[in-house]
Design a protein around this ligand. Structure first.
Ligand SMILES: [Mg+2]
Length: 323
C-alpha cells in the first residue's frame, strides 16, 4: 500500500483563494480579517489568504494573542474582536451558529476539490473562503503507474471528505481517508501495517513526519519541509510523484540483484568444494587444481561485483498504456 498526503504531495501545494463569500459585509472585509490572523500562521492555506489580501492591496490590520489550532484553524484578537478562521466543523464546535442555507454553497465548492474555510468575528460567521490547490501535472500518471505495479494507493488527508474525494477522483485514487487530524495520521499507518503487508507513506509536511516515521518506508517530497525529510527513509529529489514508482522499482531491482549475487557467490563453492574434496575422484579421477580453485574464488567476486554494477544503468520500466 502506498499512502499519499494531499497538499504539497499530490497537489502543487501552492493554494490560492478562488472564491470569497461575505455574510452581510463585503468580501474585502472578510479577506482583511482573515489575513490579519493568517499572517501569523505557517499553514499553506494561511499563506494563500495573505497572498490574496496582498494582491487585492488590502491594508492588513495588526493581530494580537495569535493561537494556531492544529488541524482546525487559528484565532487572534483583531480590531477589538476575537477572530477565528478555520474548518467549518471547528467553528461550529466553538459555538458559532451555522445557517443551513450556507451548506449548498460549501458543497458546491467542495465538489470542485476546493477547501472551504470560515471566518468568524466573535460569535458570528462573517464569510467563507474557497481555496483551490491544483494537482501536480504528473500526479495522475504517477498514481496510475503505482496501481499498475499492483500497489493500492490511498489518499490520507486532513481535508474534508467532499474535497478529498474530488481531488482523489482527479488523480485516479479510489480509496480516500479524509478528515484525519495530524496526530491521527501515524495511527492510521500503524493500523494498515500487517506482518506481510508493507506500507509506504509519501508526504511533505511537518504534520506528515510521525506517519513517515511509522511507515515501513517513509518517502519525503524534496520540495517539502526539513522535518519530513528527516523523518523519512527516502527523499525524492523533485516534487514529482513518479519518483515513488521509480524508487520502488529500483528497490525491487536491487533485491533481485542481491538474490542473483547470492547465487553467484554460492554456485562456485557448491560445485568447487566437493570436487576439490575428491567427490568425483573415485569415478573419473578428477581433483581440483589449487590454481583453478583460486581462479574460481576470484571469479565469484568478479561475477558479484559485475552483476551489482548493472544497477548503475537501471532504467525504470515505463507504465503500460500511458495516457
Ligand atoms: Mg502536505
Amino acid at each position: 500500500t502506498v499512502v499519499l498526503d494531499k497538499t504539497g504531495t499530490l497537489t502543487e501545494g501552492r493554494p490560492t483563494v478562488t472564491d470569497i463569500w461575505a455574510n452581510g459585509s463585503s468580501p474585502l472585509t472578510v479577506l482583511r480579517l482573515a489575513a490579519a490572523v493568517e499572517r501569523h500562521s505557517e499553514h499553506p492555506l494561511a499563506q494563500a489568504v495573505v497572498q490574496k489580501a496582498e494582491a487585492e492591496k488590502i491594508a492588513i490590520p495588526p493581530a494580537w494573542h495569535f493561537q494556531a489550532r492544529v488541524g482546525s484553524g487559528a484565532e487572534a484578537w483583531v480590531e477589538d474582536q476575537w477572530i477565528r478562521i478555520g474548518r467549518l466543523s471547528w467553528l461550529q464546535e466553538m459555538g458559532i451558529p451555522w445557517d443551513p442555507s450556507w451548506s449548498e454553497r460549501v458543497q458546491n465548492w467542495e465538489s470542485q476539490g476546493k477547501t472551504v474555510i470560515g471566518v468568524a468575528q466573535s460569535q458570528s460567521l462573517v464569510g467563507l473562503l474557497a481555496i483551490a490547490d491544483p494537482l501536480k501535472p504528473t500526479s495522475p500518471e504517477a498514481v496510475q503507474h503505482l496501481q499498475q505495479m499492483g500497489l493500492e494507493v490511498i489518499l490520507l488527508t486532513g481535508d474534508n471528505p467532499t474535497t478529498a474525494q474530488a481531488v482523489a477522483r482527479q488523480a485516479g485514487i479510489q480509496r480516500v481517508i479524509a478528515q484525519v487530524r495530524p496526530d491521527q495520521k501515524a495511527a492510521y499507518i500503524r493500523s494498515l501495517r500487517q506482518p506481510r503487508h508493507r506500507v509506504a507513506m509519501v508526504g511533505d509536511g511537518i504534520n506528515d513526519a510521525p506517519a513517515l516515521a511509522e511507515a515501513d518506508v517513509g518517502i519525503a517530497i524534496g520540495t517539502g519541509t526539513d522535518v519530513a525529510m528527516a523523518a523519512s527513509d527516502i527523499t525524492l529529489m523533485s516534487g514529482d510523484l513518479r519518483g515513488v514508482a521509480t524508487a520502488i522499482q529500483l528497490s525491487r531491482a536491487t533485491l533481485n540483484n542481491i538474490r542473483q549475487n547470492l547465487f553467484f557467490a554460492f554456485i562456485y563453492n557448491t560445485l568447487g568444494i566437493p570436487i576439490a574434496a575428491g567427490a568425483l575422484y573415485p569415478f573419473t579421477g578428477w581433483l581440483l587444481n589449487p590454481m583453478l580453485a583460486g581462479a574460481a574464488m576470484a571469479l565469484s567476486s568478479i561475477s558479484v561485483v559485475a552483476n551489482a554494477l548493472r544497477l548503475r544503468h537501471f532504467q525504470p520500466p515505463k507504465p503500460a498504456g500511458r495516457r
